[in-house]
Design a protein around this ligand. Structure first.
Ligand SMILES: *Cc1c(COP(=O)(O)O)cnc(C)c1O
Length: 427
């Protein structure tokens, strides 16, 4: 049988890369132990929720047609509500992605004449069209919902004065994005989100606070709904789907907010009562069950990559020692060849499509070519090991996911191998 080193060598990792990787790993033992502790707590939280709601074999069967009396769907939503400590939840395959879940939460809880506020700067790209920051058919702006934005201060802190002044009689809903997404601001910890929500509610107590929870689930032992968020919203092809959910989104929160979202998703009068789960429930349940340890694997990968590339002299966000609040890792190469070589390494390490070479292409909605590496079981899944980077200054790659830690480790070593073979790094 092969030892660890021989196994990696047999899969195209050189001795130099393996030794460098291991020397960096030596210093990460304490942090990995902390990540495992968080995963244990979250695993028990999920397990406890499943037991409390008596998830049974019948819950895994699913329904067709209208989906009346879908006990598995209803129990799953109760489980999500328990995990997030909210009154209710909507967890559906009919919610097609994260953007859809966020749009649904916004459009169902805002009415013409209301105002939406983002106190943490520009929201995720796709939300610009939902809100109407970039004109778009069917946007909130078209329906007479106005929008205000207060940017973070240059040091990353909240602009409390600006936020106070921006809240007015029309302000109905505040949207807070937990993850930095593809920006360079810091990701918000749950504690900081709690501070922000408390401040906002002290100015206007009935304003609804929604958190875009994408990439943040199970990274900490608390979720934004534990610190006052009225809704948390996310995608099932990221953390909470555990890699197994092939589609879906969730909204967990106050009963009234979730009810509004359900009436918008299906129809006024129907709400949560319809929406057949078809055959999807086993993946939703099992994915949620695996999500805490899958998220831990992705986090270990992100921290490993940060430390390796930091040691090689590349700027990394977050840096190697910072505390983590999401699973995204940015590495800045300063030249296109670095971004391309990194993505080629991730692709070559994939279980699916490892034999193809990713190339920069003109993606709709982007102003530069983008290269993406994703050899995923679920198309576009970014809880699976994946990376992408726009081919423009500062030539940074965004890397995330990894269903298992050994795969994340291998993928990152493959990126080093790829950069090394092109002479971009020397070991
Ligand atoms: C991924 C993501 C979204 C959108 O999710 P999609 O599933 O890609 O539509 C929104 N916000 C943040 C912070 C995200 O990371």
């Amino acid at each position: 049988m092969l030892g660890t080193k021989e196994a990696f060598l047999s899969m195209g990792i050189s001795k130099e890369v393996f030794d460098f990787g291991n020397s960096v790993l030596e210093g990460l033992k304490d942090r990995f132990e902390q990540i495992d502790q968080v995963a244990e707590i979250n695993q028990l939280k999920v397990l406890g929720a499943m037991q409390k709601h008596q998830v049974s074999e019948a819950c895994l069967l699913g329904t067709t047609g209208y989906g009346y009396n879908d006990i598995g769907r209803d129990a799953l939503e109760a489980v999500y509500a328990s995990v997030f400590h909210t009154e209710d939840a909507l967890v559906r395959p009919q919610i097609t992605c994260g953007t859809h879940a966020l749009a649904l939460a916004l459009m169902s809880n805002l009415r013409p004449g209301d105002e939406l506020l983002s106190p943490v700067g520009k929201p995720y790209d796709t939300l610009e069209e939902v809100i109407g920051i970039r004109p778009s058919k069917g946007s909130l702006a078209e329906y007479g919902v106005s929008y205000r934005q207060i940017d973070l201060l240059p040091d990353g802190s909240f602009d409390f004065d600006g936020i106070r002044k921006a809240i007015n009689e029309k302000t109905k809903l505040v949207t807070i994005q937990r993850s930095k997404g593809y920006q360079t601001r810091p990701t918000l910890s749950v504690a900081r989100i709690g501070e922000l929500i408390a401040f906002i509610k002290s100015i206007k107590s009935d304003v609804l606070c929604m958190v875009d929870n994408c990439y943040g689930e199970f990274v900490e032992t608390m979720e934004p709904s534990d610190v006052g968020a009225d809704m948390v919203v996310g995608s099932l092809i990221k953390n909470p789907g555990g890699g197994l959910a092939p589609i879906g989104g969730y909204i967990a929160g106050k009963k009234e907010c979730v009810e509004n979202a359900a009436y918008r998703l299906t129809s006024p009068g129907l709400g949560k009562e319809v929406g057949a789960s078809l055959g999807i429930l086993p993946q939703f349940y099992q994915g949620l069950f695996l999500a805490p340890t899958v998220t831990a694997s992705a986090l270990k990968g992100a921290i490993f990559a940060a430390n390796l590339y930091e040691k090689l002299g590349f700027p990394v966000i977050p840096n190697g020692s910072e505390s983590r609040h999401d699973i995204i890792q940015a590495v800045t190469f300063g030249k296109p060849e670095g971004v391309i070589a990194f993505c080629e390494g991730i692709q070559a390490a994939a279980p699916v499509d490892s034999h193809v070479t990713p190339e920069p292409w003109d993606m709709p909605g982007y102003d530069a070519k983008v290269i993406m590496a994703a050899g995923a079981f679920v198309s576009g899944s970014s809880i699976e090991l994946s990376a992408d980077g726009p081919i423009k200054e500062p030539y940074a790659v965004y890397f995330q996911g990894g269903l298992t830690w050994p795969h994340a480790k291998y993928g990152i070593l493959k990126t080093l191998e790829s950069l090394k073979s092109k002479g971009i790094i020397q070991l």
